[in-house]
Ligand binder design. Sequence first.
Ligand SMILES: Nc1ncnc2c1ncn2[C@@H]1O[C@H](COP(=O)(O)OP(=O)(O)OP(=O)(O)O)[C@@H](O)[C@H]1O
Ligand SMILES: [Mg+2]
Length: 228
Amino acid sequence: MSKKKQKIVRIIDLVHVYKGKVETIALPGINVTINKGERVVIRGKSGIGKSTLLHCLAGILKPTAGKILVEGKNIVDFNEDQLAEYRRNTVGLVYQSYNLAPFLTVKENIEFPMIIAKVKKDVMDKRVEELVEVLEIERYLNQKPSYLSGGEQQRVAIAVALANKPCIVLADEPTGNLDVENSLMVYELLSQMCIVYNTTLITVSHDPEAVKYADREIILTKIKSKDL
Ligand SMILES: Nc1ncnc2c1ncn2[C@@H]1O[C@H](COP(=O)(O)OP(=O)(O)OP(=O)(O)O)[C@@H](O)[C@H]1O
Ligand SMILES: [Mg+2]
């Protein structure tokens, strides 16, 4: 018997306009539905609004109009406390530039989001152990990120993003600074992690290789979408 797919993200008529000297319509009215555990790659030409969409989904940017339902709740209506909680526990972010704290060791970087989320020490220790084993970063635990290669730093960044067991991982050009070999390793790891933890993965990438590790590709255009 096939299990009914649970919708985890529903983006409804999402509009974002950057206001300034010139107004930029970054999102023209986007409609997207993503299922739980699905791995989606978002593509589209430079400046089309991919990062803007991811920032809205991450609860970092409030869109001009529209709804973003995550597990049925419209995050656009969240207050600051609800947004902080959402960013801590529901979404994990992976960026091109790794975004690791340079003054903390690898272990402390992975622990940091769990300390903020007030995770108990024994639970945290177990989680660090599990993540570093799967991501093969045990030997770097006590080093500062700058001593690691780009691929190694991105593996640490994936561990940081997954630390609080988010149900959605958002990755914006996660391989933008990596060579082909390391890029494939990052796609493979993100994809595997999502299967293991039943996490939904939304990756923005220019790289056609990324699509091979995804269930579906969404192409953004400047035209208001009915459903993607
Ligand atoms: N903070 C900002 N203020 C004003 N305009 C912005 C801002 N951020 C992005 N934009 C504009 O909004 C549009 C969408 O930008 P966005 O960064 O989302 O594109 P993108 O698809 O991620 O591009 P790329 O592939 O180059 O990363 C662009 O025209 C950009 O110039
Ligand atoms: Mg971008």
